[in-house]
Write a protein that binds this ligand. Structure first.
Ligand code: FPP
Length: 256
């Protein structure tokens, strides 16, 4: 346990249970050094390893990373191939260690359009670690928030057609239960590197009350210090969830 503990009696600092990261700026990091974009992505994987280690040490329960969006298919074929290669290499090289550290890997996104070898590796990562109780590492791969919502609506409609669900009983919980993230708490904090300030189709439903921290640095330079700085910013925020004061029913004021 660290001072950045989850326990919050007397408004003590609370580490966000769920942090989502939009890992942006690999290409710009590489361009600034006259390197090919793949080098930026490679260094991005190293930053991801550092971040997973730091998240475990800081007692974060869920870490969701945006590693390939449904829109990333529009990149040049060679870059798409590089990103596919890197996810495969990440699973091949890092899965055993993640498992040793009790990390539970969960993949969100659609399998549509993915080659069978990648689908097999994603399934293997989930199957091997599904009983682990440490950090849950959620990898958003071939993921888009709108696509996830459309798929949830399709599944709900099928259940209505099958007579399993009455339309009047459909609530926000019903929708949440049909998303890829069912059972995972909503993110408390979203970090985006590289200075861009947008969501880019990441966890659209789940971020309704998330706090956002935008950092100017590019993703390959991200480290524990950058993560702690984002956590400190988060802890200085007052979360009201649509209520009037932090002392309202949810009492989730976080302060340093
Ligand atoms: C954004 O940088 C980053 C991505 C599209 C992919 C993120 C991927 C990794 C960190 C590595 C692969 C992930 C795993 C899980 C192995 P960008 O290319 O959009 O950068 P730019 O906006 O500067 O061009």
């Amino acid at each position: 346990m660290t001072d950045l503990d989850h326990a919050t009696p007397n408004d003590r600092p609370a580490v966000p249970a769920h942090v989502g990261i939009i890992m942006d700026g690999n290409g710009r990091w590489a361009a600034a050094r006259g390197l090919p974009r793949i080098e930026g992505h490679r260094r991005g994987v190293e930053a991801l390893r550092r971040t997973i280690r730091a998240a475990i040490e800081l007692n974060i329960r869920y870490l969701t990373v945006y590693s390939f969006s449904t829109e990333n298919w529009s990149r040049p074929a060679a870059e798409v191939a590089d990103l596919m290669f890197l996810i495969k290499r990440f699973i091949r090289n890092d899965l055993a260690e993640l498992h040793q550290h009790d990390v539970r890997v969960k993949i969100i996104g659609t399998r549509d359009g993915l080659k069978p070898d990648i689908v097999g590796m994603l399934d293997e990562a989930q199957d091997l670690t599904h009983r682990n109780r440490g950090l849950t590492l959620v990898v958003a791969f071939n993921y888009g928030g709108r696509q996830e919502l459309a798929a949830a609506v399709r599944r709900i409609a099928e259940r209505v057609l099958a007579g399993e669900l009455a339309p009047h009983s459909i609530s926000t919980e019903t929708v949440a239960d049909h998303l890829d993230t069912a059972g995972i708490p909503d993110p408390d904090l979203i970090i985006r590197t590289s200075g861009e300030q947008r969501l880019s189709n990441f966890l659209m439903w789940q971020t309704a009350y998330a706090e956002f921290v935008f950092q100017p640095g590019h993703w390959p330079d991200f480290d524990r210090c950058a993560l702690e700085s984002a956590l400190a910013a988060y802890m200085g925020r007052e979360r009201r969830f649509g209520g009037t004061t932090a002392e309202g029913p949810l009492k989730v004021k976080t302060a340093l």
